[in-house]
Design a protein around this ligand. Structure first.
Ligand code: AMP
Ligand code: GLY
Length: 427
């Protein structure tokens, strides 16, 4: 089977690699890919971005399976286009991708179907939103979470600790349109304390029937610096599983979040044959849903896929042919740690164009796998998050030790990383 992966980051490198591991996979095209996918066995980058051209490419090359990595093409309806052309594609239809693309829609869905989540209200008018924020802080309250409605590449959530911060964020979103239309409406949401856990899952729901199959848990570390300090980023590293996600919490997740989500997808008549990501806040084994993503997480995918002991191409086929409920999904016993190396300056303006030097023999000795996120085919840095190194271990401690040894075999000018990925709970 020939496969097409859409996207160009670290998640897509991990997807292409895992798909290429299947004996059934003849070739994996990646549109547009990066320097890592260019060098991966069975993989080839194709420089196509426009959706209609991707459809034509898939028809011409007789692609049997397309897997979409990022949210933007999903929100723009790539799945609807491929299906209209009779092509098999893993991802939610455009309507269902709103579970990520609109936080207001998503919250309304959670409330309608009783998915446990933070209380919130939505606003388009600045003065009304400011009045609500003022009222919140006059009660000496905890922080207030401000969320832009639309897709904002990780810049749409502000946790305001006082009215001044809330005012600045609301004015930027609603008045100055700092995020364009994505910030034309906002949610003001109750702050939830706890530990974050990511649950990635495969969903196969169509015509009111289907199932959601959760993967092993994971945890992203979003803050730039050790100990959960510094600005928010796209994710500085991941560990799988999240060792403190207890059996009681997993049961609570199934009952309070997964089951009502599945019920809602069926009741809304969604065609959701793709991946779904549950961003959870967990406290005393009680789970709250912070957000859905209509795709796999990045960098969680780089930690979760290496732990998967099943054929990922088969899993994708099962999502599409309705047999997901019978799929024998297996996991390796152990853990995978995946720290990210970032470019100097990230998450602000960052350095680009530096050569990544890899000591392949030293890297191979550690057993770690390199997933490239932001580098061109000559392995020159081009993104803020440049790469992740994933390593397996019998437990989180061993996995982390191996991953950091692997990272030591790689260098580029201005390279930096967090040193505490997977070692303890930090944000
Ligand atoms: P993003 O993934 O960029 O949308 O950022 C969302 C982040 O904001 C989450 O990973 C949490 O850390 C935080 N967050 C979102 N909603 C809440 C909430 N209700 N309470 C506390 N933290 C939240
Ligand atoms: N790691 C969180 C995300 O992919 O948005």
């Amino acid at each position: 089977m020939k496969i097409l992966v859409i996207g160009s980051g670290g998640r897509e490198h991990a997807l292409a690699w895992k798909l290429a591991c299947s004996a059934k996979t003849e070739k994996v095209f990646v549109a547009s890919g990066n320097g890592g996918t260019a060098a991966e066995a069975k993989c080839e980058n194709v420089p196509i971005a426009a959706q209609e051209e991707l459809v034509q490419f898939a028809l011409r090359e007789k692609i049997g399976l397309t897997v979409v990595g990022p949210e933007l093409p999903l929100a723009e309806g790539i799945v609807d286009r491929f299906r209209a052309a009779g092509l098999g594609i893993v991802g939610p239809e455009k309507k269902a991708a709103r579970l990520e693309a609109s936080k207001i829609y998503s919250k309304a869905f959670m409330e309608k179907y009783g998915v446990r989540c933070a209380k919130s209200g939505d606003f388009t008018d600045l003065d009304t939103a400011l009045a609500r924020a003022r009222e919140h802080f006059s009660a000496g309250a905890p922080p207030l979470v401000i969320k832009a409605d639309g897709l904002a590449a990780g810049k749409g959530v502000v946790i305001a600790s006082d009215f001044k911060e809330a005012e600045a964020a609301l004015s930027a979103f609603l008045q100055d349109r700092s995020l364009g239309d994505a910030g034309a409406s906002v949610l003001l949401e109750e702050f939830l304390a706890g530990k974050e856990v990511s649950v990635l899952a495969a969903a196969s729901v169509v015509a009111g029937k289907g199932t959601i199959l959760p993967f092993i848990s994971a945890r992203d570390h979003k803050r730039r610096f050790d100990g959960g300090r510094g600005p928010n980023t796209g994710g500085m590293g991941a560990i799988a599983p999240a060792s403190d996600f207890s059996q009681a919490a997993q049961n609570d997740f199934s009952r309070a979040i997964l089951e009502p989500t599945l019920k809602g997808m069926k009741a809304e008549g969604m065609d959701y044959r793709g991946f779904i990501f549950f961003g959870l806040m967990v406290r005393n084994d009680r789970c709250y849903l912070l957000e859905y993503n209509a795709r796999l997480g990045d960098p969680e995918t780089q930690a979760v896929l290496p732990l998967m002991d099943s054929d990922f191409a088969d899993l994708c086929v099962a999502i599409l042919d309705g047999s997901l409920g019978d799929f024998p999904l297996k996991w390796k016993q152990g853990a995978v740690c995946a720290p990210v190396a970032a470019a100097d300056g990230y998450p602000g303006p960052y350095r680009k164009g530096d050569i990544i030097a890899i000591d392949a023999a030293a890297l191979a000795k550690t057993g770690a796998k390199l997933f490239v996120a932001g580098a061109d085919s000559a392995l020159r840095t081009s993104g803020g998050r440049v790469l992740a190194v994933s390593a397996f271990g019998a437990d989180a401690g061993e996995a982390c030790t191996a991953a950091y040894r692997g990272l030591a075999a790689i260098s580029f000018a201005g390279m930096s990383c967090r040193k505490d990925i997977g070692r303890e709970f930090t944000g």
